[in-house]
Design a protein around this ligand. Structure first.
Ligand SMILES: [Zn+2]
Length: 402
């Protein structure tokens, strides 16, 4: 075969042309479709998968291809009753995915870590103005305008990609959004960041009482995802004497895998006196030094005081929304006991960043935190995913990319 100079020039041109369509960033961007599916709550108990155009990605924005998102208790409340009055709303705030397009002004995440195309990220519900700001402060100060992904009404005709139950989500950099590069965590760990942050915060609150120590006896009431993660966070801190209380034997068994030393099924006991004795026996004859109340049940709140010794401490974190009044006896439960009580709600931005380390440590010491995700549904079956969650089957239900 006779290859002359002209042939070679032709071949080089062809090769270069081929290269330019496969290696430049424009090529990666053209991989983004024109539309995306969004799981939208359009009526009570009705999740619809709708298709919307993917908006332009501005200089301050990030387009993320969603890999997965957990269903939160808050999502389930929204699904059943819309207590926040958001319908129609693109739900999903426990989500994570890969950056596929990024505006030229976005070079770092909210912790100052560099980010770019291909990185895995999560968003946080707390804005970056003040690293210690909590949801409570936000409500108090009535701070508006920032994007809380997955909990904002669908009222912007130019952008419907505001929740993580979708194919793509658009992060608005100039709206005060907070987001983190978590490329060093696997998908399941990333899905569990948001609920885990609730426990990192609760334990930080508990520590302010100065009662929680390495060798403390800790009772955890409620073995849903929050109670189980509470066991795990305490284990990563080195707390070993943990007793869990629940009415579901399967969940109690699961809490042992997470590091609970003993379990108490409240259904085995008649009345609070007997139940309190049961907890005491589980600790080898002593009451707890500290308690974490992780159920949304007012009776659960009333009961937990009876599990804690004089001079002990209690962290109440079970009531994310108003679950009604609980009855206690202030003399016996608080005063004569000299109990120290703290409440905990959501988390701070700093707790969120601490949570990445918690998940690495939990993996490191062999806690099966990822087994919390018991069900995965594709986006097309989001209605079923929510119904499964509402029936309280499994623990953490996740919606994942098809
Ligand atoms: Zn949540």
């Amino acid at each position: 075969m006779d290859i002359n100079a002209a042939n070679i020039e032709e071949i080089v041109k062809k090769v270069l042309a081929g290269m330019s369509t496969t290696t430049t960033s424009t090529a990666r961007q053209t991989g983004v479709p024109k539309t995306a599916r969004v799981g939208m709550l359009t009526a009570i108990e009705k999740m619809e998968v709708k298709e919307f155009p993917i908006p332009e990605v501005g200089d301050d924005d990030i387009l993320v291809k969603v890999e997965g998102c957990g269903i939160c208790g808050t999502d389930a409340h929204e699904f059943r009753k819309d207590p926040f009055g958001l319908i129609p709303v693109a739900l999903g705030h426990e989500g994570t995915g890969e950056i596929v397009k990024i505006g030229k002004n976005v070079t770092k995440d909210s912790a100052g870590k560099p980010i770019g195309i291909g990185d895995k990220i999560v968003t946080c519900m707390i804005f970056k103005d003040n690293p210690d700001i909590t949801m409570f402060d936000l409500n108090k100060q009535n701070v508006g305008g920032a994007d809380v992904y997955g909990l904002l009404p669908d009222n912007d005709p130019t952008n419907h990609l505001k929740g993580w139950f979708s194919d793509y989500i658009l992060i608005k950099g100039n709206a005060g959004s907070t987001f983190f590069n978590v490329s060093d965590l696997d998908l399941d760990s990333r899905i569990l960041i948001e609920p885990s942050a609730v426990l990192v915060h609760a334990v930080e609150r508990a520590k302010t009482t100065n009662i929680l120590r390495f060798n403390s006896r800790v009772v955890i009431q409620g073995c849903g995802p929050i109670g189980l993660l509470c066991v795990a966070v305490l284990r990563t801190l080195g707390v070993e004497h943990i007793v869990t209380v629940d009415g579901n034997e399967k969940r109690l068994e699961f809490s042992k895998k997470f590091g609970a030393e003993a379990t108490v099924n409240f259904k085995d006991f008649k009345g609070i006196e007997e139940l309190s004795k049961g907890v005491q026996n589980a600790f080898g004859g002593k009451l707890a030094d500290f308690g974490f109340q992780c159920t949304g049940s007012p009776a659960g709140h009333s009961n937990i005081y009876k599990f804690i010794r004089n001079g002990g401490g209690l962290c109440e974190l079970g009531f994310f929304i108003n679950g009604g009044d609980a009855t206690i006896n202030p003399h016996f439960d608080i005063c004569s006991k000299e109990l120290t009580l703290v409440g905990s709600w959501v988390y701070t931005l700093r707790d969120y960043a601490t949570t990445f380390d918690f998940l690495k440590r939990a993996n490191g010491i062999g806690l099966p935190v990822k087994e919390l995700i018991t069900h995965k549904f594709p986006l097309s079956r989001i209605q079923e995913a929510f119904e499964t969650n509402v029936r309280q089957e499994g623990l953490k239900i996740a919606v994942v990319a098809d």
